[in-house]
Design a protein around this ligand. Structure first.
Ligand SMILES: [Zn+2]
Ligand SMILES: [Zn+2]
Length: 259
């Protein structure tokens, strides 16, 4: 499995892009930085965009991607997400008011996008990978994803507050190699983190400790830092050690491979 990190921040500033990854060149995981990172050929290689939730830092480039690829691809691109996530995109973005309804153009028979609904804890296959979506707490409906190939599993926890179920399932995942985990605000802002269902470095450490498995090193990539707090967050994250985990800050532009 190859995961290219296009953007991994919880907000934008020059040099800091919002969340977007590409898996095996064909699957986008969230759409916060697709069109600001991928060239047109790379954008045309995408056949699916898998969404964690409807917050704008995770969906905004869907509009620009649609505009770039319209009439240039033989097949529609699937936008995949939970019913409420897709409804938010359809009602509030592709509503012919903010932006065109790309599920109807250039023709109804062969549009730019088709919506594909997925359900909590129902596994599905996509281009040789298996995905298990598991809900995590956040102000809107949000999925984490266990992403598996025949050798490795990546757990992308997505934006989340304090949670339980995903860690119980992670404990049972035999080939878990890496976890993408959010950390948005510094420790002194725990109140805001809890109110907005995000994590601080100390809360992030408490989440990892909910996993009981300690028999091998799992790579933990911290993402979704708010850029204005980056220095403080990096200091606080560097002080954290949790047995069984190799905690590192995710780097924009990196390509992560598990073979
Ligand atoms: Zn976010
Ligand atoms: Zn969010």
């Amino acid at each position: 499995m190859e995961i290219r990190i296009l953007g991994c921040y919880g907000n934008q500033l020059p040099g800091y892009k919002t969340t977007g990854f590409v898996i095996n060149k064909a699957i986008a995981l969230d759409a916060g930085s697709l069109t600001s990172s991928l060239d047109l050929d790379e954008q045309l290689m995408l056949d699916a965009v898998l969404l964690t939730h409807s917050h704008i830092d995770h969906i905004k480039d869907l509009g620009f991607l649609g505009d770039n690829i319209i009439g240039r691809k033989g097949n529609p691109v699937s936008i995949i997400g939970e019913r409420r996530t897709l409804k938010a995109v359809a009602d509030h973005y592709f509503n012919n008011s903010l932006w065109p309804d790309f599920t109807q153009i250039p023709t109804k028979e062969n549009p730019v996008y088709v919506y594909r609904e997925i359900e909590n804890k129902k596994e599905f296959e996509l281009f040789g990978l298996t995905f298990l979506p598991v809900q995590v707490p956040h102000p809107v409906f949000t999925f984490s994803y266990f992403i598996r190939d025949h050798k490795s599993t990546l757990l992308h926890v997505s934006d989340t507050g304090e949670t339980e179920e995903v860690w119980a399932l992670a404990d049972k995942e035999p080939n878990l190699k890496a976890i993408f985990l959010e950390t948005s605000f510094p420790n002194e802002m725990k109140g805001l983190a809890q109110a907005s269902k995000h994590l601080t470095p100390e809360m992030m450490a408490e989440e990892l400790k909910k996993m009981k498995k300690r028999d091998y090193k799992i790579d933990v990539y911290i993402y979704h830092m708010k850029p204005i707090y980056e220095d403080k967050l990096k200091e606080e994250i560097a002080r954290i050690e949790v047995e069984g985990f190799e905690i590192k800050v995710m780097q924009q532009g990196d390509v992560i491979r598990y073979v």
